[in-house]
Design a protein around this ligand. Structure first.
Ligand code: ATP
Length: 224
């Protein structure tokens, strides 16, 4: 699906933040990416959805080396990867339903209103469909972000600290949705520094836990 082959990345020439990372995201698997704040979790996610190119090694996405991809190929790749960003931005003047449907409308696709209603129902935002984003709670914003990330039916869902500002109950509610997505066949990767969240999720889903430490990527032990 997506592979890192001895990949490294640095924001500044000659100083790699991430080095020699080898990883293969396994189709249909639930993955966690953990590591302390500043370790490079967001950076690694950006490499996975081709927002950044590696400064050494290779990233292979759906069989193609990212380095050789043109603009159209990147757009095609992005449709296959849904991203829930750490600090999701919405268009505040558009209702929640329109914000969720944006990936469809900006790519010129018709919106299937029944499917959109079902998707909003799935993330428990039916009553907020006509609300404007500034009126949403933190948990509602993240559920809207998740709905928008999956509206194009991606193969892979990447979520960057999706529960960062949420209390425990709200965090678990969001995790439940990510677990459901995975059980429906999607590959999921959640970046989080919250080890309790990983432990709670692992009681419900078999998950691979990857850890960034000292600029490299390791598989975490069974205690996680
Ligand atoms: N655009 C950028 N330019 C330069 N340095 C950056 C940039 N983005 C991130 N960094 C630096 O790279 C390092 C890793 O940042 P990153 O956001 O990937 O870490 P993280 O593990 O996701 O952190 P957190 O858990 O706090 O979100 C940090 O030192 C950060 O300051």
């Amino acid at each position: 699906m997506i592979e890192l082959q001895d990949a490294g990345f640095g924001y500044h020439e000659g100083a790699e933040l991430l080095s020699n990372m080898t990883l293969s995201l396994q189709k249909g698997m639930f993955h966690f990416l953990t590591g302390p704040s500043g370790a490079g979790k967001t950076t690694l996610l950006r490499l996975l959805y081709a927002d950044l190119l590696p400064t050494s090694g290779r990233v292979i996405a759906f069989g193609q080396d990212l380095r050789g991809l043109g603009r159209d190929d990147i757009a095609g790749l992005r449709r296959r990867v849904g991203v829930v960003h750490q600090d999701t931005q919405f268009l505040d003047h558009l209702p929640v339903a329109e914000n969720v449907a944006l990936p469809l409308t900006v790519s010129g696709h018709a919106v299937d209103m029944t499917a959109l209603r079902d998707l909003l129902g799935w993330v428990q935002l039916g009553p907020q469909a006509r609300a404007l984003p500034p009126s949403l709670s933190g948990g509602e914003r993240q559920r809207a972000a998740l709905a928008r990330a999956v509206i194009l039916s991606p193969d892979l869902v990447l979520a960057d600290e999706p529960t960062g500002n949420l209390d425990w109950d709200m965090s678990m509610r969001l995790m439940q949705l990510l677990i459901e997505l995975n059980k429906s066949g999607k590959t999921v990767l959640v970046a989080t520094h919250d080890l309790n969240l990983i432990r709670a999720a692992k009681a419900q889903v078999a998950a691979r836990v990857l850890r960034i430490a000292n600029g490299g990527l390791q598989l975490a032990g069974a205690d996680l």
